[in-house]
Design a protein around this ligand. Structure first.
Ligand code: F6R
Length: 260
């Protein structure tokens, strides 16, 4: 696992966009795993800027979201399918039908989760999976206690996650209780995992995930089991890491050709 500590969320966006640009350039049909929420927004803004400058194209790419709320009416602005279009995918040149999300409005949610998992497994695999981290250590919506081998399925959000996400809704009551999320095992199938976090509110969760024991109580700690993980942080998000100086020194002395 590589931990990269940068001065600002804008720098986080730039460095992660560099890694995504490499995937787009190296793979004929790149597959990106996209997270929603606030954390990846600096990455998406940077990718949109590069697309607008004519140096990046997503025309050959496919994308899979991590998760979707259950029960929001189609077109609800906080459904993750709509959210990702507004912050990223409709601002660049993904082709119609190339951005996939679990169907949180399906009548048969179990079948919808299984269909999403099957679509992920049937493809060529996710080249780069972007991740945020919840204050309780979740990735995707795998809340504490989630099996580290879990696959795409229905989950119930914790009160903490619902309260954290209430800022996107007009009240806490409107935040759905259930989601369809890729499992921890599904996420670990991606070839490169890139977790982004900024702000002091994420410091404890980041430290537990990166330097704590591997435990289902901190689902993000499962990243320690993956061979290619980059954790890209701003200074406040890195402020509880015991080995922060070592991570800084390692990154400062990394050959420039190496990338994330
Ligand atoms: C979103 C997702 C979640 C978020 C996490 C952090 O698709 O899977 O794990 O990444 O809840 O959310 P923010 O970035 O809003 O703090």
């Amino acid at each position: 696992m590589e931990v990269v500590i940068l001065p600002s969320p804008t720098d986080v966006g730039r460095v992660v966009a560099d890694a995504i640009a490499l995937v787009l350039c190296r793979r004929a049909h790149p597959v990106l795993g996209l997270a929603t929420g606030s954390s990846p927004v600096p990455v998406y803004d940077e990718l949109v800027a590069r697309y607008s400058a004519g140096v990046l194209s997503f025309a050959e790419a496919a994308a899979f979201l991590l998760d979707e709320y259950v029960g929001l009416p189609a077109g609800h602005p906080q459904s993750y399918a709509v959210y990702i279009a507004s912050v990223f995918t409709s601002r660049v040149d993904f082709t119609a039908g190339s951005v996939h999300a679990p169907d949180g409005s399906a009548r048969d949610l179990v079948a919808a989760a299984a269909a999403y998992e099957a679509a992920l497994v049937a493809g060529s695999g996710v080249d780069l999976q972007l991740l945020g981290i919840g204050g309780d250590g979740h990735i995707g919506f795998n809340e504490p206690g989630s099996s580290l081998a879990s696959r795409t399925r229905l989950k119930t959000l914790t009160q903490q996650t619902r309260a954290d996400n209430a800022r996107f809704f007009s009240s806490l009551d409107e935040v759905p209780r259930h989601v369809i999320t890729q499992g921890v095992g599904t996420i670990l199938d991606a070839r490169h995992l890139v977790l982004v976090a900024w702000g002091s509110g994420k410091a404890a969760a980041v430290a537990a995930a990166v330097e704590g024991p591997v435990t289902a109580m901190v689902p993000a700690s499962a990243l320690q089991l993956h061979p290619h993980v980059s954790v890209v942080l701003d200074e406040p998000a890195a402020s509880s890491l015991r080995l922060a100086d070592y991570y800084r020194e390692t990154y400062a002395n990394k050959p420039p050709w190496q990338g994330l």
